[in-house]
Design a protein around this ligand. Sequence first.
Ligand code: UDX
Ligand code: ADP
Length: 489
Amino acid sequence: MTGSTDQVNALLPEKITKICCIGAGYVGGPTCTVLAQQCPDLVVTIVDVNPQRIAAWNSENLSELPVFEPGLSSIVGECRGRNLFFTTEIDRAIDEAQIVFVSVNTPTKTSGIGSGFAADLRYVEASTRRIASIASTPKIIVEKSTVPCRTAATMRAILEANSKPGISFQILSNPEFLSEGTAVQDLLNPDRVLIGSLATEQGNRAAELLSEVYERWVPKDRVLRTGLWSSELTKLKAANALLAQRISSINAISAICEATGANVDEVAHACGVDRRIGPHFLRASVGFGGSCFQKDILNLVYLSGSLNLPEVAEYWRQVIVMNEFSKARFAKKVVQTLFNTVTAKRLALLGFAFKKDTGDTRESPAITLCRHFRQEGAHIAIYDPKVPHSQILMDLTEPGVADDRKNIEESITICSNIQEACRDAEAVVIATDWDEFCAIDWHDIYQIMRKPAVVFDGRRVVDPRQLREIGFRVHAVGIGPELQDNVWV
Ligand code: UDX
Ligand code: ADP
């Protein structure tokens, strides 16, 4: 499409002074908080349909924010009420803004076509309809949520069919690559900011306007510009799928290490020093969790299937199969080691979040472990430094995990510290890599446990030799039998 500069500008906001973010979750909250801090001249308003979530973002007590991220609460404290606002007044915030970020959730569909694989876009669609019906000035709409390739086309169709006469929209894809637990650092110092736009004059100009916002703190050469579909595909499929694939690969190797006497840390290090491979994301674990990896790969499997590429679909599906295998294998190891039964035995589960430094439990491996242990009749004493007790209960009573809330309350105890969880336990199971678990006084813990006391390390946070000297039996993921324990494995 061509046109004079004036024509192009008439279809775009003149100047960016206000940004609205729809969705005050793990992506929208931290992203737009950092944006507000870095752009004090812009007004950033984060809106959500959930009034409790907004109230929590507005809590006087900054330790009660709904998302825990190291360093986040102080930035909220610095900017809130100055140029950062959290509100349920969605319509006003949308209409006043020139740029609207869409950061709503895109869970996996649980029924209908693509159930269990495809992304459920109902929240993206609802927010897009709302933008269309409200907007009285041109706007740049930015997809921040992880969405399937060509979602921008759906958004465009909705906007064009429902907007007020003469109001135009430009849609950009600007996916977020932050990792939970390091979100603030990732946002302040990103490897790249990806902006996908249509190759039209308006599309390019809209991308420039968004780029100018980021360039206030991100070096220009780290702002990558691509087409819309490449940007959507990079985030959802390629980047997350490649990262998850690395973890499943090292976890597959860890199973071989355990069976052969090798040490997965040594193998990962020796592989990672090869510059073509690199050292990151090669930490063997009980399995990966989090809201993105599984969802995105399922989506990739669905996309490949619907493009009539069954071999490609099957290839990526194996990343999930391996992750499920890793979790099940670890749970089985616990049962086998405890003399083939954990019925009525107390297991201390340390860590419930899907990784350290977050209170997020979505797809946490700890949930799967609890399901396995409960099926075996164990009593589980759970401790996590950040996850609220109510969240743990909610996760463990989800359909598919357990259906009987009363029974679950009898078979689990949620504890407030490590000692409480470990007292009278037959075994400690480490499911999250919290720093606190690297500094446990194991002499103390040994005294209060039943004997033989066993530690199952699903995150490689303990030193097996040191624990063995105290008297523990130890199983650490990815460490072979001779290294685990000569006597009893
Ligand atoms: C991921 C992507 O990293 C991020 O770019 C994207 O925006 C969102 O999805 P996140 O899910 O927050 O981020 O956490 P990440 O650090 O990727 O970890 C995901 C899971 O993999 C966690 O359960 C983590 O413990 C596990 N993991 C990670 C491993 O088991 N081994 C590793 O080496 C790295
Ligand atoms: P993510 O990890 O992608 O940020 P979250 O579930 O943490 O996902 O956050 C998404 C947020 O989006 C939730 O707080 C939810 O209430 C909000 N949300 C969903 N749909 C809408 C909507 N139509 N308008 C405003 N907020 C919405």
